[in-house]
Design a protein around this ligand. Structure first.
Ligand code: CTP
Ligand code: ZN
Length: 160
């Protein structure tokens, strides 16, 4: 390998400390780290131990963000929604400092019950107990009930 290795992981390059137990969300597109935190419902007020690297040089992406959450493994629902804003992310489960599981996120065809439709007239936002349902497009999501398409503000639709 005759070109510089710049994934931020060499000892002299490490920007964000290793974690003991938890999840490392790696290869997040530059600028999406705060949306990743929003999706995970992390705002720091509950004492969560979280490290964030933003716009770190990377081999695979020009610039990447990285989010490390101590003491937490993610649910499939959370990973599904993450895939919408971080389609190239790698989820690394860390136990006792070792990466014991590593997988790329996969974009689901449908996300149910995790996003809320921004259309106030949509049946899913009224009093009826209708679970939200969006189909996943190349570049956004579409409400299965009213057809509203959301592209750039997906993180703001997260049900909290
Ligand atoms: N990591 C961490 N704490 C640990 C172990 C790993 O924060 N105890 C981080 C590493 O810094 C890296 C990511 O988790 O950002 C994945 O670790 P590893 O698989 O060892 O790195 P790579 O082989 O470079 O991963 P990839 O091939 O997915 O780029
Ligand atoms: Zn709708």
């Amino acid at each position: 390998d005759d070109h510089d290795h710049h994934d931020g992981n060499d000892d002299h390059e490490l920007r964000v400390s290793k974690i003991r137990d938890g999840t490392v969300i790696d290869h997040v597109h530059g600028g999406q780290a705060l949306n990743v935190l929003a999706i995970l419902g992390i705002d720091g007020t509950e004492g969560e131990e979280v490290s964030v690297g933003m716009n770190v040089p990377s081999d695979r992406l020009a610039r990447k963000d990285i989010v490390k959450v101590e003491g937490r493994e993610l649910s499939q629902d959370e990973v599904d929604v993450l895939s919408l804003i971080a389609p190239d992310a790698t989820i690394n489960i860390v136990r006792d400092y070792d990466v014991v599981e590593k997988h790329r996120v996969e974009r689901p065809d449908i996300v149910e019950g995790v996003l809320s439709c921004p259309n106030a007239g949509c049946i899913t936002t009224g009093d009826e107990p209708v679970t939200s349902r969006f189909s996943v497009l190349e570049d956004g999501v579409r409400c299965s009930y009213c057809g509203t398409i959301v592209r750039d503000e997906i993180a703001s639709l997260i049900d909290t």
